[in-house]
Design a binder for this molecule. Structure first.
Ligand code: TXA
Ligand code: MG
Length: 345
């Protein structure tokens, strides 16, 4: 048991980084902000420290972690970096792109969950980069949520899941992007294992081609061997029951209103996660506006927060509006569908 300390980086940047680095170098686990979501970090080269991440999260042992670095040289020390990978690094690092590469011997199997590959990313965030620099070692970090819960976009979200379980949370305010990094692997051709704010369209411009992994918008069976073990687990789930409402805008509005009415008759408390454009059709209904339908990045930024807020309102049902799956819409729909355990109407 710890007394979990929160350090506000806006007030005490240097002190926060120093304290976090001391803890990480001692083999402890610390939460820190990135541009995507908060991470739960430990020394990636220390197997016992990495094991503590799995224990704290309740994470299945076959789901590997991402190794965070602050300079390109570290990537060469951890993995066999290909030319294509370097093109992606040139285009998107630092940033929300995780690259899966063949690992070198020094990367512990605790980090890769026994795989011969390692996932690496350089976050585009001052505090994350300063922390990795100060530690002088790469930092293994999954999202700082209990396994299965929505990823944290604020320090408060991290505290909800890890109060007394970790010694320190660095508070960098609300994260800018709100969904986790894009994960890309080479099979040997490039394939997106998890969509994020670096889109397939953006990657195709650099590499000329990229495939979409098979389970981005549909469930993988628990027994299936998958390239990115993370995809087979229930994910990003609020406590309430959630449903994604699909179709053209007019259909979405109609189905949402019908479902809401049905829940009311059943005396269930419901909330609609909707757009600015559609919110006007839900007069008198309980809504959370996620943003402009033409800006999927708004929806990415607000989804996890909206799911956690819904839990605080103690709703029974969450109706989540769908978006087209182009650009960042794919990342949004990937998370929304998982939050709803792929239940759609
Ligand atoms: O934005 C992010 O990526 C955040 C922040 C903290 O950096 N981190 C994050 O980590 O989302 P996590 O552990 O929640 O998700 C890591 C994903 C999982 O889907 C995992 O299966 C996949 O990356 N992954 C990690 N190593 C892999 C590998 N060697 N091969 C294939 N997939 C891998
Ligand atoms: Mg995660």
């Amino acid at each position: 048991m710890y007394k979990t300390q929160i350090i506000d980086l806006q007030e005490k940047f240097e002190m926060g980084i120093e304290k976090a680095a001391q803890l990480i170098l001692r083999g402890e686990v610390v939460a820190f902000p990135t541009e995507t979501v908060y991470g739960l970090g430990a020394n990636a080269l220390k197997p016992e420290a990495v094991s503590m991440i799995y224990a704290a999260k309740g994470r299945p042992g076959d789901n590997p972690l991402i190794v965070h670095i602050s300079n390109r040289k570290q990537a060469f020390g951890l993995a066999h970096v290909t030319q294509e990978a370097e093109m992606l690094m040139d285009a998107f690092w630092p940033g929300p792109l995780t690259i899966v590469l063949s690992k070198r011997e020094n990367v512990p199997y605790e980090v890769t969950a026994g795989l011969q590959t390692v996932a690496i990313r350089m976050p585009d965030h001052d505090a994350a980069l300063a922390l990795i620099d100060r530690c002088g070692v790469p930092i293994a970090a999954p999202s700082a949520n209990r396994s299965g819960r929505p990823s944290p976009t604020t320090a408060q979200h991290v505290l909800e899941d890890f109060d007394r379980k970790i010694p320190l949370i660095l508070d960098g305010g609300e994260t800018v992007l709100g969904v986790e990094s894009t994960v890309i692997a080479f099979d040997p051709r490039p394939v997106i294992l998890r969509p994020g704010c670096i889109t397939a369209e953006m990657i195709a411009e650099v590499l000329g081609e990229v495939e979409l992994g098979p389970y981005l918008l549909s469930p993988a069976k628990a027994s299936q061997t998958v390239q990115s073990p993370g995809v087979k687990y229930r994910h990003y789930a609020p406590k309430a029951h959630a449903t994604v409402v699909c179709g053209e805008v007019a259909q979405i509005v109609q189905k949402t209103n019908e479902a809401y009415k049905m829940y009311e008759i059943q005396q269930k408390k419901c909330i609609i996660l909707c757009s600015i454009q559609t919110s006007i059709f839900y007069a008198e209904k309980n809504c959370a506006i996620m943003g402009d339908r033409n800006s999927p990045t708004d929806f990415c930024q607000n989804l996890y927060k909206a799911l956690r807020d819904a839990d605080h309102l103690d709703v029974d049902e969450i109706l989540i509006e769908s978006l087209p799956t182009s650009d960042q819409g794919l990342a949004y729909m990937n998370r929304a569908l998982r939050a709803a355990s792929f239940e759609t109407i």
